[in-house]
Design a protein around this ligand. Structure first.
Ligand SMILES: [Fe+2]
Length: 240
């Protein structure tokens, strides 16, 4: 498996607070069969580190890989970011400040939970004008999508990639997120599932509960496609 969305890079956001926690997160992922983790630190947020593309950030991805190699944990780190659409979003986009997923055309994008659909659409179009493909992080968590899941369904039909969170399908992120995630998954609008892990215990990278949940509650979903084939295509900058 590949985990497309994970806050494993240490000390850069509200995910792993130090390298020891990153190591334990990677060990949990490796134990359940994850071999590649996209390290996707929050980017362009108001309060945390900006995590724009620069030498410091690129050095941090390399340092994490070196640490995993030295610890003998069989996980490859792929660089990325979870870009918050806010502030001077289009200016930063134009300046190339945002890390795409493994250097591909795919940009992992998140919104404030109470964001307006019109602003979301403006941002999605701005990404596409740059020749990039938006991957919408956890659409099931946005209030406008919870009120009208058809909004996210139209995004998917328009070629925007939808990534659901493991925690939403497990019911850990509230009943609204669960219901919305379940509906989008059952309608076939979802391309990728990911952990959005922030720690090795709570919001963890362990995919086994998700695989179990899919088998029991969503037999129509294809775990191979959602957790391996599609994230691998993204890593290789291929069409979905
Ligand atoms: Fe995230």
């Amino acid at each position: 498996m590949l985990d497309l969305h994970c806050h494993i890079l240490p000390g850069v956001d509200d995910g792993a607070s130090d390298p020891e926690i990153s190591l334990r997160m990677a060990a949990v992922a490796a134990d359940c069969g994850v071999r590649h983790i996209f390290a996707t630190p929050h980017c362009n947020t108001r309060s945390q580190q900006k995590n724009f593309r620069d030498r410091r950030l690129i050095g941090a991805f390399r340092a994490l890989q070196t640490m995993l190699d030295e610890a003998g944990i069989p996980v490859t780190i792929l660089a990325g970011a979870e870009v918050l659409a806010r502030g001077h979003f289009e200016e930063h986009l134009a300046a190339g400040d945002f890390m795409t997923l493994n250097g591909s055309r795919y940009l992992l994008l998140e919104f404030y939970f109470d964001e307006e659909p019109d602003y979301m659409e403006d941002c999605l179009r701005a990404v596409e004008r740059r020749g990039l493909t938006p991957v919408v992080a956890h659409p099931e968590r946005y209030f406008c999508v919870q009120r009208s899941p058809e909004l996210a369904q139209r995004w998917a039909e328009g070629g925007r990639v939808l990534q659901l969170n493991k925690g939403s399908l497990l019911g850990e992120l509230g009943p609204e997120a669960f219901e919305t995630a379940a509906l989008l998954l059952r309608r076939g609008a979802v391309s990728v599932l990911a952990s959005d892990a922030h720690h090795f215990l709570r919001r963890s990278p362990d995919m086994l509960p998700l695989l179990d949940c899919l088998a029991r509650r969503f037999p129509e979903a294809d775990p191979e496609l959602l957790l391996r084939v599609n994230p691998l295509r993204i890593a290789k900058d291929q069409d979905l």
